[in-house]
Design a protein around this ligand. Structure first.
Ligand SMILES: O=P(O)(O)OC[C@H]1O[C@H](OP(=O)(O)OP(=O)(O)O)[C@H](O)[C@@H]1O
Ligand SMILES: O=c1[nH]c(=O)c2nc[nH]c2[nH]1
Ligand SMILES: [Mg+2]
Length: 158
């Protein structure tokens, strides 16, 4: 289990994904975008809108079940991206780099971009926006909802 959480709102994810698009603009154009599903789908859609990319491919890798890590399973390989040359590969984050390693083997020439990166996965990413510590769990807006929180005074000072 992570020691702390970094909560990302829809607004922040949109801003951070646009910041990623700005950085990626400098080194395009790209033939198309490969999104690593499912977490990469929304950042990929935002980046695609900003870069005016219309060709979107997916690769599906399942590595986690909630916060438990398992063996990475490729449930759908990328059909149209060859060895990745000229393609932009997008995921929401790199943590241990396990998913990234599997996908990079399939698309060694793609430019790999994520919105967030933790130190262990960072060397595998070409472009990212925000680094968080390894013991932090990033809480994405699609995994969370607003709920009531008790006043501090009722927590017994803890
Ligand atoms: O660097 P790693 O340790 O491999 O972790 C990062 C990967 O884990 C999450 O995907 P997950 O397996 O939870 O699947 P999902 O995107 O379908 O939610 C996340 O979206 C990244 O793809
Ligand atoms: O929602 C998530 N937050 C994380 O920090 C993380 N690391 C791997 N997979 C993850 N999924
Ligand atoms: Mg994922």
């Amino acid at each position: 289990m992570a020691n702390r959480y970094y909560t990302v709102s829809w607004d922040q994810l949109h801003r951070d994904s646009k910041a990623l698009a700005w950085r990626l603009m400098e080194r395009g154009p790209y033939r198309g975008i490969v999104a690593i599903t499912r977490g990469g789908l929304i950042p990929a859609a935002i980046v695609a809108r900003e870069l005016e990319a219309r060709l979107i491919e997916t690769v599906s890798v399942v590595t986690y079940h909630e916060e438990e890590m398992g063996r990475p399973q490729v449930t759908k390989p990328p059909a149209a991206a060859g060895d990745g040359e000229g393609w932009l590969l997008v995921d929401d984050l790199v943590d241990t780099g396990t998913t990234a390693r599997v996908v990079r083997e399939m698309l060694p020439k793609a430019h790999f971009a994520t919105v967030y990166a933790k130190p262990k996965g960072r060397p595998l990413v070409d472009t990212f926006i925000t680094e968080v510590s390894q013991d932090t769990w990033i809480l994405f807006p699609w995994d969370t909802e607003a709920q009531f929180v008790a006043p501090i005074a009722r927590s017994g000072g803890k």
